[in-house]
Ligand binder design. Structure first.
Ligand SMILES: [Cu+2]
Length: 244
């Protein structure tokens, strides 16, 4: 009897080990198939979304070029992600070090008519004195739509990024796209909800420079001590271009 019991139990053990192996193989097979499926889905869609069913990620690239001969350049990426997030990344150089640099998405939103395309102002927009102010640029890039600060809430301006001692900014900010659209809707008599944010009609403008006699003073000049820091002065601009 003892031997027989032992034999049975050994057999059961072997069966158990064998099924565990089969289970493991089955699980790995499933995992492998799932991986292949996900790779197939990566064509424009990031897996793991849910808040905006049926909507694929939209991505816009921005090349930031100098305004006011600032020497400020950079790039930006704007994403409306499948998980419902609106995310903006900016990488800028040539800025006044250690100073705050407001940055915004600008554009025109008008009720009951086609929205006008925002654009970066030409040098002539600076007028007789040659210095392009925030106001002189507005006929081209329009009013501020979204502050690229720590909250990205329209009509507020919280904490804008401060440039490093090397004059660079690497910024990343996020907000839910749905709350952004609601805020836009509230600003524009409910006309925005049925549209998307029409990002291909928008521009990003970066601000902030030292000025003397209607010209930007480079941050490394010893004249900076006599200059006025104009936080609103436009120093770079770029149009959003959708990546498809
Ligand atoms: Cu701005």
């Amino acid at each position: 009897m003892k031997n027989n019991t032992k034999t049975i139990s050994t057999t059961m053990m072997r069966k158990a080990v064998s099924s565990a192996k089969m289970l493991a193989a089955a699980v790995m097979g499933t995992f492998f198939l799932a991986s292949c499926d996900q790779l197939g889905d990566l064509d424009g869609v990031i897996p793991g979304g849910g808040n905006m069913p049926g909507k694929e990620m939209k991505m816009y690239k921005v090349q930031l070029n100098p305004l006011n001969n600032s020497g400020v350049t950079g790039t930006a990426t704007v994403m409306m992600k499948e998980n419902g997030e609106f995310e903006v990344i900016t990488d800028i150089e040539g800025l006044v070090p250690n100073m705050v640099h407001p940055q915004h998405i600008h554009g025109f939103v008008m009720e009951n008519m086609a929205d006008k395309d925002a654009m970066c102002p030409p040098p002539s927009a600076g007028g007789a004195d040659g210095l392009l102010t925030l106001e002189e640029g507005q006929p081209f890039y329009g009013p501020i739509l979204i502050p690229l600060d720590d909250k990205l809430v329209p009509l507020t301006a919280e904490n804008f990024p401060v440039a490093t001692s090397a004059g660079t900014i690497s910024y990343g900010g996020k907000v839910m796209t749905s709350s952004l659209v609601s805020a836009f809707d509230a600003m524009h008599n409910g006309t925005q909800t049925m549209k998307d944010l029409e990002l291909d009609k928008r521009v990003i403008v970066i601000h902030g420079a030292y000025v003397i006699n209607n010209a930007i003073v480079p941050a490394n000049s010893n004249r900076v001590q006599y200059a006025k820091y104009m936080a609103t002065l436009p120093v770079a601009c770029g149009e959003l271009v959708e990546m498809k």
